[in-house]
Design a protein around this ligand. Structure first.
Ligand code: AMP
Ligand code: ZN
Length: 192
């Protein structure tokens, strides 16, 4: 008889969903939702990278910005209206944009405050994903969709080099040596 342990009983009856589907679960979680309209949902980012960090997602099952075509221009305009509302409702200065290479499924727009103060902001990759050209501003993405009818992917060499970009404060010319120095420095901007 085989000595291999029978592990069948330890397999959960419901297989856990892949981590990249987490936003789709959060879109249905009343604790995450801050706005819900006919076309879009706004949720709180679970690991905020600034004092204010929301995600705007369509109800329509659009996997990523690379699935967009001209028929989605009105949806994107709705994203813009939601961004305007969020700016009116928040005291912090907000930016809206998309990661050039998203990690999570369901297309989503980040709405994030410029302070970049958060315990969840830990790595140079986190920083460079919001503070280099890896972050595609909302207006640029909408213009590209209007101009050519789709969003072009960035070359992988550009992705690599953007992630290696030396740290640079987003509010002044200071170039910190490392993340702890940057995070200390960001706090000083709050006092000004
Ligand atoms: P992206 O790199 O554009 O795909 O960013 C995904 C964002 O989703 C990140 O800012 C994460 O902090 C955030 N996030 C990850 N998991 C969840 C979740 N389950 N609910 C809400 N936000 C999440
Ligand atoms: Zn600075």
């Amino acid at each position: 008889m085989s000595k291999r342990k029978n592990t069948t009983s330890s397999i959960p009856s419901k297989t856990p969903k892949h981590w990249s589907l987490g936003l789709i679960a959060s879109m249905k979680d009343p604790k995450s939702i801050i706005k819900n309209t006919e076309k879009v949902v706004v949720i709180k980012d679970k690991y905020p990278k600034a004092k204010v960090h929301y995600l705007v997602l369509p109800h329509e099952e659009i996997n990523s910005i690379y699935k967009l075509n001209k028929s989605h221009i009105s949806l994107l305009e709705e994203f813009g209206n939601i961004f305007k509302e969020l700016k009116e409702e928040n005291e912090s200065e907000l930016r809206a944009g998309f990661h050039a290479i998203p990690s999570m499924q369901r297309m989503h727009m980040h709405v994030i405050s410029t302070d970049m103060i958060s315990t969840s902001l830990k790595t140079k990759i986190h920083w460079n994903s919001f503070c280099t050209k890896f972050f595609i501003p909302y207006d640029e993405l909408l213009q590209e969709l209007k101009d050519i009818g789709n969003i072009r992917k960035i070359p992988s060499e550009l992705h690599t080099s953007l992630m290696k970009t030396p740290l640079q404060c987003n509010q002044c010319s200071f170039k910190p040596k490392n993340m702890p120095e940057l995070k200390d420095h960001l706090l000083k901007h709050q006092l000004l």
